[in-house]
Design a protein around this ligand. Structure first.
Ligand code: FAD
Length: 471
């Protein structure tokens, strides 16, 4: 009897724990379920759904090279998943199901129900840990709690990581063709927005591996010095591929090991800094499991639930549309909407601007990001937003409020990023682009700041000071 492998956000045939485990048992049949209504309810937008769809097409092709047929089924919401999968298992005569676990609350619950349904039907179902080096719960504080702060988590990660944990899983060899045929990819569901040009984000393992190679060859060693400058292509731009598993963290870390004399924590400063980012990714996956309230739209720091968020529709629209009058915020928001991606430094700047300067509920920004990001991923997005809003783990202390103008001067000193995304400011001398004064604004088609920095800062400080930490 064949073994069924259920693909989700692990769209690759190399280094795939569930696929490798299933292939060891004999012939494999693959299945992908589309849960369009559920994904929409989770807030994923057109860019991510389009990239996902193209990733499934690339996966089908890769599986075909192994003679593994990929079947497609609809399970519009997660409730429909157990029955849909059981029906597939019966149809192909599978005795067992393998999949790689997903950690956010709804996904984890869905997976528990699948395992229960299979067991009740007398079939085996196994969820593997694959997306992270340590399964949530494996790295705990001395008191046995989940880490709520990054640095000790990262230290524990480095201390306990072993070669075995990062060993690449075996790629299956082509199997004998089965009597079960692969099914054609269903059409992409209707999308609420037009996705960005797919050529910007070619899907699949090949493009992901190319990006990793080019990053490590040309930019990895400069990462620590260049990663904060949005005008420089200093980061890997692998986030969409990691989010959907077109590349694994093990493949990334193995490539670093090969490049850095077998070390992850010492050696080249750029490469080790990059490893740190992959650990941030893992940290937030653990947070989603250890503190499930964050999956329920709650603040990690419970007392910050009482913050008096402002109801400011014009302010929110100005932020979304890149019309706040703060060039760095506006350029970044336009980059997000035009490309489906935003530089990390600017994710911090724009998120903090919404939550602190405008004092608008971070959850609105979180949802807007998810709607546009091609790498939209619950744990990292929620973690990043709560960090910026000072409601989360590692919370930036509430009095740390980025000044968007000095951030701009520091991280885009030549105003190149500003000129790229705000062509209306390009004719200005570089230094004037960060904060065009009234005389220039009178001649430009660019808005004056919607709020004054000092006043906004004072308002945010007052809001945070008014909180009782004893709730
Ligand atoms: P690199 O700098 O090359 O980093 C390598 C990889 O490490 C990334 O691809 C990503 O998988 C991981 N990583 C890097 N930084 C972080 C981080 N701070 N937290 C978690 N993982 C990280 N990342 C997402 O993948 N999806 C999101 O939806 C997302 N939303 C964010 C929202 C906010 C408000 C903030 C501040 C950050 C968010 N991030 C998110 C994290 C980070 O901004 C992106 O991962 C990064 O910009 C992606 O670019 P890169 O692949 O070139 O990263």
């Amino acid at each position: 009897a064949p073994t069924l492998v259920w693909f989700r956000s692990d769209l690759r045939i190399h280094d795939n724990t569930a696929l490798a485990a299933a292939a060891q048992r004999g012939p494999v049949v693959a299945v992908f379920l589309r849960s369009t209504a559920q994904w929409r309810a989770h807030g994923h937008g057109a860019n991510k759904l389009d990239f996902w769809h193209r990733g499934v097409a690339a996966l089908a092709e890769a599986l075909d090279g192994l003679n593994i047929p990929l079947l497609h089924r609809e399970a519009d919401t997660f409730d429909a998943v157990p029955e849909t999968l059981l029906a597939v298992a019966r149809e192909v005569g599978a005795a067992a199901l393998h999949f790689n676990r997903e950690y956010p609350l709804n996904e984890a619950r869905r997976d528990v129900r699948v395992v229960e349904a299979f067991r009740a039907a007398g079939l085996a179902a196994t969820g593997h840990h694959d997306a992270v080096a340590f399964a949530p719960g494996e790295l705990l504080t001395g008191k046995g709690d989940y880490y709520g702060v990054f640095t000790p988590f990262a230290r524990a990660w480095h201390r306990q990581v072993t070669a075995e944990r990062l060993a690449l899983r075996e790629t299956p060899v082509p199997q004998t063709r089965l009597a079960i045929a692969a099914e054609p990819l269903p059409a992409l569901p209707e999308l609420a927005d037009t996705p960005v040009d797919g050529r910007r984000w070619p899907a699949g393992e090949g493009p992901a591996a190319d990006r990793l190679e080019r990053f490590l060859r040309f930019r990895g060693r400069h990462y620590a010095d260049q990663r904060d400058f949005p005008a420089i292509r200093g980061t890997s731009e692998l986030s969409p591929y990691l989010a959907l598993g077109m590349i694994s963290h093990r493949q990334c870390l193995q490539a670093v090991l090969a490049e850095n004399d077998g070390a992850l924590a010492d050696g080249d400063a750029g490469l080790t800094a990059w490893v740190g980012e992959l650990i941030w990714r893992e940290f937030y996956q653990h947070v989603a499991v250890g503190f499930p309230r964050v999956c329920r739209h709650r603040a990690f720091q419970a007392h910050t639930e009482a913050l008096p968020w402002r109801d400011d529709e014009p302010g929110f629209r100005a932020w979304c549309e890149g019309r706040t009058g703060y060039p760095i915020v506006d350029a970044a928001m336009r980059q997000l909407v035009a490309t489906g991606w935003m530089h990390n430094r600017l994710r911090m700047v724009t998120a903090m601007f919404l939550a602190k300067h405008l004092l608008i509920d971070w959850r609105r920004g979180e949802a807007f990001f998810l709607r546009h990001l091609v790498d939209g991923e619950f744990a990292a997005n929620n973690g990043g937003w709560q960090w910026a809003a000072s409601t989360g783990t590692d919370a930036a202390p509430y009095f740390r409020i980025f000044n968007p103008i000095t951030q701009s001067q520091r991280f885009d000193p030549e105003g190149r990023f500003l000129a790229e995304w705000l062509p209306e400011l390009a004719p200005l001398p570089a230094k004037a682009r960060h904060a065009p004064g009234d005389d220039l604004l009178a001649r430009l088609d660019y808005p004056a700041p919607i709020i004054e920095h000092k006043a906004a800062r004072a308002r945010a400080l007052a809001a945070f000071k008014g909180l009782s930490t004893e709730r």
